[in-house]
Every structure is written in structure tokens, then in C-alpha cells.
Design a protein around this ligand. Structure first.
Ligand code: AMP
Ligand code: MG
Length: 487
């Protein structure tokens, strides 16, 4: 089932053959049966193969994993050598439509890029990535996904001793902005070109052999990120560590660290304990993405044109497509959240005014948009939505404008409400539920709550009996104020 990583077609300086130190006590903690189904893969076969790769007792040892190098701007400071310090690329798989994905282990031990680190991951951080990834996937947002959680059976020392785990991650690729920075900062022009050609083969094969292909490749990456960030914003997702080494070329969400969803609307919201300046705050994400893309464009300059000024002009032209692409995607997603199938000029004002009202009164982002979905049907939904506002006049005035706009669509109230319920989720990975699932796993060895939460997240738009506890916001004592990387 596993193919050798195609990355190995690149010259040897692109990777190191890094064996995984055997984990005799490893076992499968969670298997993602939904993803297995998508891949048309057999659970038994996959489990056996995964355990073999980590050298679990009684398994067949197999594979030649590699670790890859990348650089990155971390909170704005450039680090020329990061790389897979706790990850091994173990192979690739083809899904039934012949789409190729990387299979990577995260938390599988030391590599040549580990620096002072132990190469391990805590079960809690692995579960967070599993749950958030499945949540975004079910919301239709491009993301890497977890195929499995392997319990290593080996403790990991952090502030306290924690159970160790490996995330088995499936990704369109693990190529990052930082992968390009790695070769660019070394002045390795040949490496850069090989990497760009490889990336194009993986993600933009239609550009191969075309004129201006590197410029167009840049444009594609810009466009994918513009669309991705707009989708994050539309569900209140905060990535938390948008360093250039955590931004993909594929346009998938990568590396869920101290990520979280907004509880109440707040453009300045930060959860991550290490983001003291608010660089990666909710409302900063679109700007930071452009900053990262600008770093990416800089790496490609030597491939764009021989004349530097000409190269810069080309890069600038592609970067200038970001803002309109982002704005269009953002307005489209929020317009849909308001029941509008197409966007008109005044709609972005309508969206911004609602978000300002919500922000002023700290209205719960997810709960409110879900409740708003029933408002076209009249009371009691309208009263319920209005109850979020201490000062009802502002919302009442906004609602009149919204209703007038909805009336222009000619759609029935029922049709509008149904369309809104199809895009405003009832169930997301609420921070307090994620923390609860992590605590049960780490403290009591109980993966049940994580599994149960994953079930609810898999169908976010369909309310089901018993879902109240996954749908509602946190009680005061449940509010999560900070999240941690756990690295
Ligand atoms: P991250 O914060 O997970 O995006 O990782 C940033 C960099 O630190 C990457 O190069 C990782 O490989 C490295 N890193 C994070 N945690 C560890 C660890 N426990 N051991 C070794 N390297 C690590
Ligand atoms: Mg990372």
C-alpha cells in the first residue's frame, strides 16, 4: 500500500535517510476509519504496516523513512535550518482517483534536524491535531489529515511526564514556504529549481513546460493561500503559529499547534501562549499570509527572470492578486453565511457591520451564526439571536438591512434558512471539548472522549439529539484562555 516517497527522486542533499528508533511497546491508539474509507485502504493492513514502520514488537520491519530540511521565519525571525526534527516521511499513497499523498510520522523520534529536541510528541498534541484536522476537513477546508494515532508506549518529558504518541499524517505534500527558503538562503539555485519543478509536479502539473511557469506557480500558491485563509476566517479558526515553515505550497492547513476556534468574536483574539505580540491573532491572519507569501516570492526571484528588476516586477504582480482573491473569497463565504448565494457591492459592509456588533458584545461566533440561520423563519429564532446583544437596537437595525437584502433574492424563508444551516456549522472543535478529550486521554488513558468528539465533528451541519454539549459555548469555568504547543 505504501509507495516510496517521490521526494527521494531529488538529489541526496534534499533529505537524510533517518531510521526510526524501534518502539517495541507501540500500539495503534486511534484509526481514522473515515479517511481509510476515502483511501479505500484496509484497516488491518494499514495498522500492521504502521506498526512495522515503528518497529513494534512482533511486527515486520519495513521502509526507509527520510527527514527533509526546511528553513523558516519564526515569529518574523529567520532560521536557516529547521527541518523535520521530529518527523519522518515514510511513504506515499495513491487514493482511488490516483491522487498522491505523503504519509508522514510526527513524533517518531530524533533526526539530523532535531537540534536539542527529543523528536517526540505528546499524546495531547497529537490528539489536538487529529481532532482539529478532522473538524476542518468536515467543514470543507483544505487540510492535512490524521490517518492514525500511534501510542508509543514511551513517556515524554515536558513540564511533567506525558504519554507519547505519533501522528500519522496524510498530506497533499509537506512542501512549505520554508522548504524554498532553505535552498534560497543557501544560494543553491539548482536546488531551488529542482524543488520548484518537484512542487509543480505534485500540485500544478498542468504548468510543466509552460511559458512563465514559475511565475504562474507563484500565482497558484498565492491564490490557494488566499482562499484557505478566507475559509479559516469564515469559521473563526486561529492557526496560532503561521511561521513560514508552517505554510504549505499545496494550500492545505498544516501543523496544528496551539490552534483554536474563536469562542466570542474578537479580531484581536490570541490563544497561543507563545504569541505574546499577537502576531498571529485571528484578524491578523490575512496580512500575515501575505507577508509569508512575499517571503515565498523572494525565494523564487532567480527563477522568474534573469534581470532582477524584471523578476521583482513579476513577483509583485502575482502578490498583488492576493488581496482581491482574499477579499472575494472572504465576502463570498460570509455572504453565504448570511444566506446570500451571490455577492453584491454593499454586502461586504453588511458583513463587516455584523462582525463589529458581535465583537462589541463578545457574541459567540459559531453559536450565533447557527442561530441566525433560523432567523428568516421568524420567532422564536429572532428573539434567540437578539438575546446575544445587551443593546438590541444595533442588531435590530442591522437585521432590517439584512432582511431587505434577503428580500431581493426572491428565495423563500425556508430555502434561505436551509442554505444557511448548510454553511454555518452546529459542531466545531470547541476548545473546551478538545481540552476535555485531551485530559481524558492523557490523565486516564481514555481515548473514548476524543473518539466521541471526532464523531460529532464529522457531520458539522446536521444537528442530532444529544449534541447540545458539543454545540454550546463554554460555561465560565470551562473557558479556555490559553493553548500550548506541547513541543
Ligand atoms: P513546530 O513548532 O512543530 O512547527 O516545529 C518547529 C521546528 O521545531 C521544526 O523544525 C520541528 O521539527 C522542531 N521541533 C519541534 N518539536 C520538536 C521536538 N520535540 N524535537 C525535535 N525537534 C522539534
Ligand atoms: Mg511546524
Amino acid at each position: 500500500m505504501l509507495l516510496a516517497p517521490s521526494f527521494r527522486q531529488l538529489p541526496e542533499r534534499f533529505y537524510s535517510l533517518d531510521a526510526i528508533a524501534p518502539l517495541p511497546n507501540a500500539s495503534i491508539g486511534l484509526l481514522n476509519h473515515r479517511l481509510l474509507q476515502d483511501l479505500k485502504a484496509d484497516a488491518h493492513e494499514v495498522s500492521g504496516a504502521l506498526l512495522g514502520l515503528v518497529g513494534a514488537a512482533g511486527s515486520m520491519s519495513a521502509g526507509e523513512p527520510i527527514a527533509t530540511g526546511y528553513a523558516g521565519h519564526q515569529f518574523g525571525s529567520f532560521v536557516p535550518t529547521l527541518g523535520d526534527g521530529r518527523a519522518h516521511l515514510v511513504g506515499e499513497i495513491l487514493d482511488p482517483s490516483q491522487r498522491r499523498s505523503d504519509v508522514q510520522f510526527k513524533g517518531s523520534g530524533r533526526t539530523i534536524y532535531s537540534r536539542g529536541g527529543d523528536g517526540r510528541a505528546t499524546l495531547g498534541s497529537v490528539l489536538r491535531e487529529y481532532l482539529l484536522g478532522e473538524c476542518l476537513h468536515a467543514l470543507g477546508i483544505p487540510t492535512t489529515r490524521a490517518l492514525a494515532v500511534i501510542s508509543t508506549g514511551a513517556p515524554v518529558l515536558r513540564e511533567t511526564v506525558k504519554p507519547g504518541a505519533i501522528l500519522v499524517r496524510v498530506a497533499a505534500s509537506h512542501l512549505r514556504v520554508g522548504s524554498f527558503q532553505y535552498y534560497a538562503c543557501r544560494g543553491d539555485l539548482e536546488g531551488l529549481r529542482l524543488l520548484a519543478d518537484y512542487a509543480m509536479a505534485r500540485h500544478d502539473a498542468d504548468l510543466i513546460g509552460e511559458d512563465h511557469r514559475y511565475r504562474r506557480f507563484l500565482g497558484r500558491v498565492v491564490e490557494r493561500q488566499a482562499r484557505l485563509i478566507a475559509q479559516w476566517m469564515s469559521v473563526g479558526f486561529i492557526h496560532g503559529v503561521m511561521n513560514t515553515d508552517n505554510m504549505t505550497i499545496s494550500g492545505e492547513t498544516l501543523d496544528y499547534g496551539p490552534c483554536a476556534f474563536l469562542d466570542h468574536m474578537d479580531p484581536g483574539k490570541v490563544f497561543s501562549s507563545i504569541d505574546r505580540g499577537g502576531r498571529y491573532a485571528y484578524g491578523n491572519q490575512p496580512n500575515i499570509a501575505l507577508w509569508n507569501l512575499t517571503r515565498f516570492a523572494e525565494t523564487l526571484l532567480p527563477l522568474l527572470a534573469e534581470d532582477e528588476e524584471e523578476a521583482i516586477a513579476q513577483a509583485r504582480a502575482e502578490l498583488e492578486t492576493y488581496a482581491p482573491a482574499y477579499e472575494a473569497a472572504y465576502t463570498m463565504h460570509f455572504a453565504r453565511k448570511l444566506g446570500l448565494a451571490s455577492v453584491e457591492e454593499a454586502d461586504s459592509r453588511l458583513v463587516a457591520d455584523l462582525l463589529n456588533l458581535m465583537s462589541a458584545e463578545r457574541v459567540d461566533f459559531t453559536v450565533f451564526f447557527r442561530q441566525l440561520s433560523d432567523c428568516p423563519l421568524g420567532d422564536p429564532a429572532v428573539a434567540r439571536a437578539a438575546a446575544h446583544f445587551a443593546d438590541p437596537a444595533g442588531f435590530a437595525a442591522w437585521r432590517q438591512r439584512w432582511e431587505a437584502r434577503l428580500a431581493t433574492t426572491g428565495r423563500s424563508a425556508e430555502a434561505i434558512a436551509a442554505a444557511m444551516r448548510a454553511v454555518n456549522p452546529a459542531y466545531i472543535a470547541r476548545n473546551h471539548r478538545v481540552e476535555e478529550a485531551i485530559a481524558a486521554a492523557e490523565e486516564a488513558g481514555d481515548l473514548g472522549p476524543a473518539q466521541e468528539l471526532a464523531e460529532w465533528l464529522s457531520a458539522p451541519y446536521t444537528e442530532r439529539p444529544g449534541g447540545e454539549r458539543y454545540q454550546s459555548g463554554p460555561l465560565p469555568h470551562e473557558v479556555v484562555r490559553q493553548t500550548f504547543c506541547g513541543t
